[in-house]
Design a protein around this ligand. Structure first.
Ligand code: ZN
Length: 422
């Protein structure tokens, strides 16, 4: 049996099933209903968010045997031809692989011909910002005087690269990146319908990895379900992506916050032993800390990338760890990440950073060093060669907290003291 990709099979065929783009969909449906469809649209937004699918549903609605209608039946000859990419009236061109002036000229030569089957011709030009200047100008000519029976849908992931003269002739729609929960819900719907057994945590991870792209999310689910035995598990996803479980991120954060150096280092050792990519681990840890940082002030931003199954753990940790501590960890880990990317040994960078974070290690302050140097210079000038007394060094700010565990045992030294004593 020929394998049809989940993405193709589950491509939306009605406005209703286009997820996460309600304002766009509502406006287009209304335009068909009232007979006020524009001659040129510009759809911009991240890849995989439904730009081309929306263009096709628009084309179906305009050309449906039971239309024009915002609810194309999907069963008439015209609808089926559009779904199968065989319609003579709906032409799709990918400017990314096809930047040529020839194609646009060819399009221009045919633009005045009446539609063969349906009412309207719909030209979909994907990644329109990739067209050459010549091709852009030819397109502009067509947009200036579009024939009655033509609708252009220009799609782009980089709107800022589209000429303003083009934009001004189009009705623009911005496609938003859908939140992780919405993508995970969609994957759940597909998995259930396709009888793919899948753990909720697995779908959340796939959804997050897809970064807002339905196409990527469905592609990953496809890959996992068709090339491996048994149900789609969180562990299977982690193996495929090389990522770590969310409880590892929670655990590491707690260890760093509570100054449990050995526990934090053990996580690194374990992941490294499992052959995990440690740069990726640090990246995921920073992303986790970012969510902790944002949660108190902008929960909707913080939770956009979080699955329903991960929410409680995140909220509990955010309520417990002060934001200043989280920021301190983000800064240190961000530095480690950039050093690793510049060719540093990722394991060593992570270990060093964890050690510094867990022990409250601080670089000697520059202003203290400068003051000592000035005193020394003055002493040399005055011919006083014996070493001057250094000005009293100001201590850096004390850590903002002590770990809950340690404050409960008052006789124990705080994390700062232990660090210096060792
Ligand atoms: Zn139809």
């Amino acid at each position: 049996m020929k394998h049809v990709s989940l993405y193709r099979k589950w491509r939306p065929r009605t406005f209703e099933t286009i997820a996460g783009q309600e304002p766009v969909v509502r406006t287009l449906a209304r335009a068909i209903e009232t007979g006020r469809v524009a001659h040129a649209y510009l759809f911009s937004g991240p890849r995989g968010t439904g730009k081309t699918s929306t263009a096709k549903v628009l084309a179906m609605g305009l050309n449906c045997a039971n239309g024009p209608t915002p609810e194309p039946d999907g069963t008439c000859e015209s609808c089926r031809a559009i779904v199968n990419n065989s319609s003579m009236d709906v032409l799709e061109m990918d400017a990314a692989s096809n930047r040529g002036i020839d194609e646009i000229r060819d399009l221009r030569d045919r633009v005045n011909l009446a539609p063969t089957q349906g009412r309207m011709k719909v030209y979909i030009i994907d990644e329109v910002h990739m067209l050459t200047t010549e091709a852009f100008n030819a397109l502009l000519k067509m947009l200036e005087e579009p024939p009655e029976h033509v609708v252009f849908v220009l799609a782009t992931t980089e709107k800022h690269k589209v000429l303003p003269t083009i934009i001004s002739r189009c009705q623009s729609f911005d496609f938003r990146r859908p939140p992780v929960t919405l993508l995970a819900d969609k994957l759940r719907e597909i998995a259930d319908a396709e009888e793919i057994e899948a753990e909720p945590a697995a779908l959340t991870m796939l959804a997050r990895e897809a970064r807002g792209s339905f196409r990527d999310a469905e592609g990953l689910l496809d890959q996992l379900s068709s090339f491996s035995e048994g149900p789609v598990t969180a562990e299977g996803v982690r193996e495929l992506l090389g990522s770590v479980a969310s409880d590892v991120l929670l655990e590491t954060t707690d260890a760093l916050y509570e100054r449990r150096t050995a526990d934090a280092l053990r996580v690194v050792d374990r992941l490294s032993g499992e052959g995990r990519d440690l740069s990726r681990f640090v990246g995921e840890l920073v992303a986790h800390l970012r969510r902790l940082m944002l949660l108190p002030d902008a929960p909707e931003v913080a939770l956009a990338e979080v699955g329903a199954d991960e929410r409680a753990g995140l909220e509990e940790q955010a309520a417990r760890i002060p934001t200043a501590e989280v920021v301190r960890m983000i800064e240190a880990l961000g530095d480690a990440l950039s050093r690793a990317r510049r060719g540093g040994d990722p394991k060593l960078e992570v270990e060093l950073t964890f050690l510094k974070l867990a022990r409250d290690y601080e670089e000697p302050a520059v202003d203290v060093l400068v003051r000592r140097l000035e005193a020394l210079e003055k002493a040399v000038e005055n011919g006083n060669v014996s070493a001057p007394r250094p000005p009293r060094a100001r201590r850096g700010p004390r850590p903002l907290h002590r770990s809950p565990r340690r404050t409960s045992r008052r006789s124990c030294p705080g994390p700062g003291e232990t660090a210096r004593r060792r």
